[in-house]
Design a protein around this ligand. Sequence first.
Ligand SMILES: CC(C)(COP(=O)(O)OP(=O)(O)OC[C@H]1O[C@@H](n2cnc3c(N)ncnc32)[C@H](O)[C@@H]1OP(=O)(O)O)[C@@H](O)C(=O)NCCC(=O)NCCS
Length: 156
Amino acid sequence: VTVVVRAATSEDVDTVVALRLEFLDAVRGPAPRPSDDDFTDRTRSFVAAEQRAGRLHTWLAEEGSHPVGIVSLLVWPRPPLPEDERTADAYVINMYVSPAHRRRGIGRRLLDRCLGSAGELGIKRFQLHSTSDGRQLYESLGFAPSSTWMELPVPP
Ligand SMILES: CC(C)(COP(=O)(O)OP(=O)(O)OC[C@H]1O[C@@H](n2cnc3c(N)ncnc32)[C@H](O)[C@@H]1OP(=O)(O)O)[C@@H](O)C(=O)NCCC(=O)NCCS
């Protein structure tokens, strides 16, 4: 069966949430969550609101009508520079292909589509945090570590 990659719509919120939860279990380990229903609801509210606001863009890979992969972009504004009028940066999240479908190029196809939206969305720079699974794929598409990016986690 062929795998089709397409942009998610407002109809796909539940699919996006389900794949996001699978993604979290894959990268963090299936840790029991204190109240799963509550967390799922909060994730669904976030996805629906950010998608509606045009800040969350998602692509799905489907085999028939069965979702097998996902990638999303969180887009945020940045001020223009004198030499560059683009006013958005984007953070790549939710890069996930279900285990049985890996190593068939689906991750690359999803990421290609996602990066291909740069012109349309006015994106100047993509950023992400990589897992060891994702590193090769990101490097092969031109991602490199930044030596200037700093971060300060704020305690809860
Ligand atoms: C990272 C991830 C999304 C990659 O998905 P994928 O569909 O397997 O990706 P691809 O098939 O496009 O490429 C992965 C590898 O398969 C290889 N590959 C691609 N097509 C292939 C094929 N037809 N036959 C064999 N190998 C193939 C690629 O060369 C690549 O190899 P490399 O890692 O040695 O460079 C997937 O491993 C995953 O979901 N991991 C868990 C979640 C995660 O860590 N996500 C990244 C968060 S930052």
